[in-house]
Design a protein around this ligand. Structure first.
Ligand code: BES
Ligand code: MN
Length: 458
C-alpha cells in the first residue's frame, strides 16, 4: 500500500469527530426542495457545500442557477492523464411530515448510540459528506490521484426537473469518465453493495370532479356519483387480483429478465421474512411469479401516494364532496418511457371513467430507469475498495428507488454511474426518524479513499 493511501486512511480515522460535527451542521439546514418557503435554506445549504469545497482546494467552485434550485459545481483537474470522476450528490431532502412521529426534531441532529437521527442524514447529506471526507483525507495528505468534478443538485427529491436542460447546457463542462453516485444504499451493515440498476419514475396527479359544490349527502346521496367513490373505483381497477397493472399496453415495452438476472436475484441475502420485518406489514403482496427482490428491482409498479376528498377532520360531517384527488406514480424499468405511460393512463381513464364524473390528469415529472455496466474500471475499483474494508465481496443489486440523474447522464453525457452508498435498510428514508449508522459511515469513508487510489492505479 502506498504511503499516501496509508496517510489518508489514517487522517480519516483521526478526524472522525470533526467529520461528524460537520455533518451535524449541514443536516441542521432544512433544505426541503418541495417546500416553496425553503428557498433561503436551499441556498444556504448550497453555499455551505460550496465553501466546504473551496476549503478543500477545489477549483471553479460555483453555485450555478438552473431555473430551479441551484447546482453546486466544482472541479480539480490536476492529475494529468488520470481518469475524471464526476462526484454526484443531492443536498435537498424530503418533507418531514408527519412531524408528531419524530422522537427528536427532524433538523436537530441527535445521536443515540451508534446512530445519528435527522432528516437527510442517510438520504443523502451523509453520503455527500462521506465523499467529501474521503477527498479531504486525500488532499490533506498529498496530491489527489485522479481528476474530480462535482455536481451536487438541490432538486433530486422532486424528480430533478431542471437537470435535463442543465446537463445539456453544460455537457462540455461535465465531460468525465464516469459518475460516482453514493445515493443508493446497502443491503445490511455487513453487506457492502454496489447498485447497478435503478427504476425510473413518473408522477401524476389525478382529480375527479362530481357536483360543482359540496352537497348534503342526505339530499344528494343516491342520485350523484360520489367523486371519492368514483376515484376509488378507478384506482381499484388499475391492478388485477394478482397485482398486475391493467393500463392498456403497460407491459409491452418492459424488458424481460434473463435467466442469468433471475439467478442473480435469487442469490441476494434477502428473504420474504426480511421484507416483512423491515416494512412491518402482516404479509407481502404483489406479482406471484416474481420474488420480492425482483418485484422491487426489475418490475414496474403503480402506487397511490395519497388521496384526499371531502371531510377528513375530527368528528363527523355528512357531505358528498365535490371532488377527489389522488397522487399516483409508477416505477419504471428499462425500455419504459414516462410519456408512454402517461398516454396509457390517459387511455385507461378514457375507457374506464364513468359518464357521471369529469377527470383531469396531470403529469408532474418523469425520469428514466438506468442500468450500469459492472465491468467498467470504476465499478471494479469500488468493488475492490469495499472488499478491502468489509472483508467480503460486495453484493451487486438492482434497486427499486429512482435517481433521475443516472439515466440522464447515460442519455445526455454518455457516462455510466457507479451507484453505492452507506445507508441501511432501517434508516427510515423519507419517513419520520430518518437516521444514519455512524460506524458504517466511517467505513464508507475508508472505502471511498481506497476507491480513489484504486482508480488511479488502474
Ligand atoms: N436515494 C434515493 C433513491 C434510492 C434509495 C436509491 C435507496 C437506491 C436505494 C433518492 O433520494 C430518492 O428517494 N429518489 C426519489 C426520486 C424521485 C423523486 C424521482 C425516489 O426514488 O422516490
Ligand atoms: Mn430520497
Amino acid at each position: 500500500m502506498t504511503e499516501h493511501r496509508q496517510a489518508a486512511l489514517e487522517y480519516a480515522r483521526q478526524h472522525e469527530d470533526e467529520f461528524l460535527a460537520a455533518l451535524k451542521e449541514v443536516v441542521a439546514i432544512p433544505s426541503i426542495s418541495t417546500d416553496p418557503d425553503a428557498k433561503a435554506d436551499i441556498h444556504r445549504t448550497a453555499e455551505w457545500l460550496a465553501q466546504r469545497l473551496r476549503d478543500l482546494g477545489m477549483q471553479g467552485v460555483a453555485v450555478m442557477p438552473t431555473g430551479g434550485h441551484p447546482v453546486v459545481y466544482a472541479e480539480w483537474m490536476g492529475a494529468l492523464g488520470k481518469p475524471v470522476a464526476l462526484v454526484y450528490g443531492h443536498y435537498d431532502v424530503q418533507p418531514v411530515d408527519p412531524l408528531e412521529l419524530w422522537t427528536n426534531p427532524p433538523f436537530q441532529p441527535t445521536q443515540v448510540g451508534e446512530n445519528l437521527f435527522a432528516r437527510g442524514t442517510s438520504d443523502m447529506k451523509g453520503q455527500v459528506m462521506a465523499s467529501l471526507n474521503a477527498i479531504e483525507s486525500i488532499v490533506r495528505t498529498g496530491d489527489f490521484p485522479v481528476n474530480l468534478k462535482f455536481l451536487i443538485e438541490g432538486e433530486e427529491e422532486i424528480g430533478s426537473p431542471s437537470l435535463k436542460k442543465w446537463l445539456t447546457d453544460n455537457r462540455e463542462l461535465l465531460k468525465s469518465d464516469f459518475c460516482l453516485n453514493p445515493d443508493a444504499g446497502m443491503l445490511g451493515k455487513e453487506y457492502p453493495t454496489i447498485t447497478y440498476g435503478l427504476r425510473g419514475l413518473v408522477y401524476f396527479e389525478l382529480k375527479v370532479f362530481g357536483p360543482d359544490h359540496d352537497l348534503h349527502s342526505g339530499l344528494a346521496g343516491g342520485i350523484v356519483h360520489n367523486p371519492a367513490q368514483a376515484l376509488a373505483e378507478l384506482i381499484a381497477a388499475m391492478h388485477d387480483a394478482d397485482g398486475h397493472i391493467t393500463l392498456p399496453g403497460f407491459y409491452d415495452s418492459v424488458r424481460a429478465l434473463s435467466q442469468q438476472e433471475r439467478a442473480d436475484f435469487l442469490r441476494l441475502p434477502t428473504s420474504d421474512a426480511d421484507y416483512v420485518a423491515t416494512t412491518g406489514v402482516p404479509s407481502l403482496w404483489g406479482e406471484p411469479e416474481y420474488i420480492p427482490a425482483e418485484r422491487i428491482g426489475a418490475r414496474p409498479t403503480l402506487e397511490i401516494n395519497g388521496m384526499i376528498s371531502g371531510f377528513t377532520g375530527a368528528g363527523q360531517k355528512t357531505v358528498l364532496p365535490a371532488w377527489a384527488m389522488a397522487k399516483i406514480s409508477c416505477r419504471l424499468v428499462p425500455d419504459q418511457d414516462s410519456d408512454e405511460v402517461h398516454a396509457q393512463l390517459t387511455r385507461f381513464l378514457q375507457e374506464k371513467a364513468p359518464a357521471t364524473i369529469r377527470w383531469d390528469l396531470q403529469k408532474l415529472s418523469g425520469a428514466p430507469a438506468s442500468i450500469s455496466d459492472l465491468n467498467q474500471p470504476a465499478a471494479q475499483s469500488l468493488s475492490r475498495a469495499m472488499e478491502t474494508v468489509w472483508g467480503s465481496r460486495p453484493y451487486f443489486k438492482r434497486e427499486g428507488g429512482s435517481i433521475p440523474v443516472a439515466g440522464y447522464m447515460q442519455n445526455i453525457l454518455g457516462i455510466d454511474s457507479v451507484l453505492t452508498g452507506f445507508g441501511l435498510p432501517d434508516d427510515n428514508l423519507h419517513a419520520p426518524n430518518e437516521k444514519m449508522h455512524i460506524p458504517t459511515w466511517y467505513k464508507g469513508t475508508q472505502a471511498l479513499i481506497h476507491f480513489f487510489f484504486n482508480l488511479a492505479e488502474g
